[in-house]
Structures are given as structure tokens and as C-alpha cells.
Design a protein around this ligand. Structure first.
Ligand SMILES: O=P(O)(O)OC[C@H]1O[C@H](O)[C@H](O)[C@@H](O)[C@@H]1O
Length: 544
């Protein structure tokens, strides 16, 4: 078993705690210096070691036939550290004796797709794919997501890769590093894979519209890529389908993200696309996160379809195609969404855990035990469909939305995006919906040397006991994560964050007064835990 940190044979290489780079099923770190208190952890040698470790893991998994080297595709989003890390990844993969195919600027779902595509001219399918991205995080961060044709790697695989990386890093020599540089140029190929991927998206919309060449002719659709990797959608998907895309914004990749954070959950980002729709009198607005695995839409009346409303829209589309199917979502979805999916749409809502991988894996599991599910979707805007290999793809979600517009047009229904607006009619939405993130101070003596997770679990247990003794509150009968409670005109969920020393608290209610009552119920239970910073909750309780 490898040690968690490293002491390398090359004296100028820093000692690195590789295991700290794990962020669930991703790897994330600091790739650019300059932010105080955030030293660079994702250096070139660290990256090279991780890429070599992934290659070793992949070779073992695929039980290589030595006569035919495995192929790994590498792509990146718009971050300023992308080129440097792409070169380092290339060296790492090549040093392990695998072929490298660079795609340049790409989306995360396109990288997964490259493990499934059958097209020799594009050197596909590849055996493994690496996406260099840190999603919506600040400019100085970066990271990796890994794929095989079985999907994204899970937590245990990432841990295994990081453990291997420690050994590889520790055995680096100057000579070895030089050799991997030479090998990289020898084994490297470049392919314009995004052209192939986008032409498949275009084909999917044409097919759904009855093989019409330009099914979106006359529709005005604006795209906001937030200077991430999603700018391709306007030129390479919407325009060939006949849509007008003037007024689209922030399509140019710029890793400093000068306009807004590319994140459909972010209020400023949603405001930006909403304004673009109104200013351009567009039929529809589409927004992506940095690496295009998440998306949201805005209709012509400036109504935002993100979070629960996006799930309602996608559920309506999928349930028309697959009546009665189960929709798997994350844990922070609203009660109104359940009522909508079950009573209005006739489907089943399976509210599972937070985390897109958890949600997708659960949908796959349900199908394997005989419960049909066609959609796994998170409030964050991550969504995957069974028909699309459970590929977590923000662009494909938008294809489903475009299909709906195009088929409405084909059957003579006018009115731009009204067909979408109508699909969510009847969705009950709370007046108040907040997420308050309560931090656990890991250095607080009250942790008594234990982990923040143990501390968080103790807080949750106490809250659960409080709820059980309060007749006005009812614990959710089925719940997979944290403490979810109904009563007092709404509901709340307190749970542990997937990665951070934080207890996120979601409260939804029909009035601020009711939301405050629910907040007070939480506050009175958790006040006995001094390492929990409740200032966000206190502030909410003080506003009237
Ligand atoms: O648990 P939280 O801190 O709210 O974070 C939850 C989020 O973590 C990651 O970013 C995952 O990619 C998301 O799928 C998930 O929604």
C-alpha cells in the first residue's frame, strides 16, 4: 500500500499529498499561482504522475494485448492552465506506452462519448478519456475526470489511481522525465473530435423532427457559454439546424471568466442569459457550465428553467416518451416536484442522494433490478438519459429541449418556446427556497480529534431526535441522505456536503415566516455543537 504523500528521487520536486487531490469521483487542485493561501498542488510532474497512473490502471482493466497499444483521448475546457496540463497529461500517458489523442478544447460529455464512438477516421473508440476541467471553480483551479466505455470512474478507482501516482512520482528521475517528453511527441495524435460529436447532436435533432434539414428555421436562440467550452453549441449545433443565434454571448473561451461564473445554478449567470433573451427578443436562451455537463434554459418570457423547474421540464419530456417511468433526482429537490412528477405526469419520483454520479448510478441500478428509469437528473443541472448511454451531458439535455421545439413546429404549433412553458404548468413552487451552508470548523476542540464527518453525523443524529419529539414536524418516510423534515408550511433538509466540511441546509416554505419557523427548529437543535458555524442560518433568521 502506497504512502499518502511522497518523497521523490528528483530533488527539486515538491512533496505532495496526492490523496488531498481527490474530490469524490474527480481530481481537483490548484494549477495556477497567485491566490493567497492557495499554493499550487497540480504541478506538471504531479499531473504527469496521475496520467501515468490512470494509464496503468486502464492497462490492467483492459488486460492489454501487447501488439496493440491502448488509446487515450485528452481534452480540456477554457482554463488558463489547460495547455500546460494537457502537455503533462500527454507525457504521463505516453510514458506508460499508450497512444494519446488530443482533442483540444472539448466538453466533458464529448470525452466520455469518445470511448463509445465507432469511427476509425477519428481514431475512435478510445479505450480511456481524460478531461482537464474544474467545472465552475475559480480560474486558478483545475482537475481531471476520467472515463472508459463503462462511464465515469468512481471514488474507489480515483483513490486507486492516486495511490499509484504516489509511487510513480516517487520514482521519477530526470532521465525518465526527459524520456517521457520524447515519447509524448512520438505517440501523440490530434483529432478534431468536437466536429464529430456536434454533428451527432445535429443528426439527433434532425431525426427527431422527421429528418428535416433545418427544423429550427426561424427560431431565435441565444447561447451563453460563460467563456467556458460550450461556445460550439451556437455555431456547430444551432446554426446548422437553422436557428438564428445572434445575441449569443461569452462564446469565446476565456479562462479568467471575465463575465460571470459559468454555472447554471449561479444567480448572476442566470440573470445574464435572461437579459440576453429579453434584449434580443429571443425564443429561447441556453446556458452551460464551463465543461458543458450542466445546462439550463430560459423561455421567451424570461422564465428560468434551472434547478427544480429544469427537472420538471425534462421529466415532462421523458415521461411523454416513456409513460410511468421513474425519474431519479438528488436529495434537495422540492416536494412540489414530487407532486408534479407523480400526480400530473404519472411518473414516479425517486429522490435519492446529492451528487450526479450517485443519481446516475442509482438509475442504472434501478433498471438492473427491473424498475424502469429513463432519466437521472440533479438540481445542479447535471442530467443523463438512458437513451444516451447514461452520459451526463448538458448539451444532450438541450437536444431534448430542441426536439420538443422542432416537433411542435413540425406539427403546426406556433408560439416559440411556449410549448416548453406549458409543459411545466401545474408545478407548485415554494415562495421561499434557500440553501444555507453551515461550516464545521475542523480545528475546533469540540471535534475532540474526530473527523468533520463524525461531527456532522452527530449533529444530524441530535436533530433527528429533536424532530421525533416535536409533533409539528414529520421526518420524511423515505430518505437517503441527512435529515429531511416536513411541517410548519414547508420542509427542510440538513445533510453533510459530499466533499466539504459543511452541513448544507435547504429550506423551502410558502412564506418567509414559515421558513423562519423551520430554520428555528434546526437552530435550536444544533446550537449544542460549537464547532458548527451557524452564522448563515442566524442571518437568515434575523431577516424579516
Ligand atoms: O454536497 P455539496 O457540497 O452541496 O456538493 C454537491 C455537488 O458536488 C459536486 O460538485 C458534484 O459534482 C455535484 O454533482 C454535486 O451536486
Amino acid at each position: 500500500m502506497a504512502a499518502a504523500s511522497s518523497t521523490t528521487a528528483v530533488p527539486y520536486l515538491d512533496k505532495v499529498d496526492f490523496m488531498k487531490l481527490q474530490n469524490g469521483s474527480d481530481i481537483r487542485g490548484v494549477a495556477v499561482p497567485g491566490v493567497e493561501g492557495e499554493p499550487v498542488t497540480l504541478t506538471e510532474p504531479v499531473t504527469e504522475a496521475i496520467a501515468a497512473a490512470f494509464s496503468a490502471w486502464l492497462s490492467e482493466k483492459k488486460k492489454v494485448d501487447a501488439s496493440k497499444p491502448l488509446k487515450v483521448s485528452v481534452g480540456h475546457d477554457s482554463r488558463i492552465s489547460a495547455q500546460v496540463l494537457q502537455d503533462a497529461v500527454t507525457r504521463g500517458v505516453a510514458s506508460a506506452g499508450l497512444d494519446v489523442v488530443q482533442y483540444g478544447l472539448a466538453s466533458t460529455p464529448a470525452m466520455f462519448n469518445s470511448t463509445l464512438t465507432e469511427d476509425e477516421a477519428f481514431l475512435c473508440p478510445v479505450d480511456g478519456a481524460i478531461m482537464i476541467t474544474a467545472s465552475h471553480l475559480p480560474y486558478n483551479r483545475n482537475g481531471f475526470k476520467f472515463f472508459t466505455n463503462a462511464g465515469g470512474l468512481g471514488k474507489a478507482d480515483i483513490k486507486n489511481i492516486l495511490e499509484r501516482a504516489v509511487d510513480i512520482y516517487n520514482s521519477f528521475t530526470d532521465e525518465g522525465l526527459m524520456k517521457s517528453k520524447r515519447k509524448a511527441s512520438e505517440f501523440l495524435k490530434r483529432v478534431d473530435y468536437m466536429t464529430l460529436y456536434t454533428s451527432d447532436l445535429v443528426k439527433a435533432v434532425r431525426k427527431a423532427a422527421g429528418n428535416i434539414e433545418k427544423p429550427l428555421e426561424g427560431f431565435h436562440i441565444v447561447v451563453d457559454a460563460g467563456n467556458g467550452a460550450g461556445g460550439f453549441f451556437a455555431e456547430k449545433v444551432l446554426q446548422p439546424l437553422g436557428a438564428i443565434t445572434s445575441g449569443s454571448q461569452f462564446l469565446e473561451p476565456d479562462g479568467m471568466f471575465p463575465n460571470h461564473i459559468p454555472n447554471p445554478e449561479d444567480k448572476t449567470a442566470m440573470k445574464a442569459i435572461t437579459q440576453a433573451v429579453l434584449e434580443n427578443k429571443a425564443d429561447l436562451g441556453i446556458i452551460f457550465d464551463t465543461d458543458v455537463d450542466r445546462s439550463a434554459v430560459v423561455d421567451s418570457t424570461a422564465r428560468e428553467f434551472n434547478r427544480n423547474r429544469l427537472i420538471a421540464l425534462m421529466s415532462a419530456i421523458v415521461l411523454e416518451e416513456h409513460p410511468g417511468t421513474t425519474i431519479v433526482t438528488d436529495s434537495v429537490t422540492s416536494d412540489g416536484l414530487t407532486t408534479f412528477i407523480e400526480n400530473k405526469l404519472g411518473g414516479k419520483h425517486h429522490r435519492f442522494k446529492r451528487g450526479y454520479k450517485n443519481v446516475i448510478d442509482e438509475a442504472v441500478r434501478l433498471n438492473s433490478v427491473g424498475e424502469e428509469s429513463h432519466l437521472a437528473i440533479e438540481t445542479s443541472g447535471h442530467g443523463a438519459l438512458k437513451e444516451n448511454h447514461w452520459l451526463d451531458d448538458g448539451a444532450y439535455l438541450m437536444v431534448k429541449v430542441l426536439n420538443k421545439l422542432a416537433s411542435a413546429r413540425a406539427s403546426g404549433i406556433a408560439g416559440g418556446s411556449k410549448v416548453l412553458t406549458d409543459l411545466v404548468e401545474g408545478l407548485q413552487e415554494p415562495r421561499v427556497a434557500v440553501e444555507l451552508r453551515l461550516k464545521i470548523d475542523q480545528n475546533h476542540p469540540d471535534l475532540k480529534g474526530g473527523s468533520f464527518r463524525e461531527y456532522g453525523e452527530a449533529v444530524l443524529k441530535l436533530l433527528e431526535n429533536h424532530v421525533e419529539s416535536d409533533p409539528k414536524l414529520q421526518k420524511a418516510p423515505v430518505n437517503y441522505e441527512g435529515v429531511r423534515v416536513s411541517g410548519l408550511g414547508g420542509w427542510f433538509l440538513l445533510r453533510l456536503s459530499l466533499h466539504d466540511p459543511v452541513l448544507p441546509l435547504n429550506i423551502e416554505a410558502s412564506s418567509h415566516e414559515d421558513a423562519v419557523k423551520l430554520g428555528l427548529a434546526v437552530a435550536s437543535a444544533v446550537k449544542m455543537y460549537p464547532a458548527l458555524d451557524t452564522s448563515a442560518l442566524d442571518k437568515f433568521l434575523q431577516t424579516s
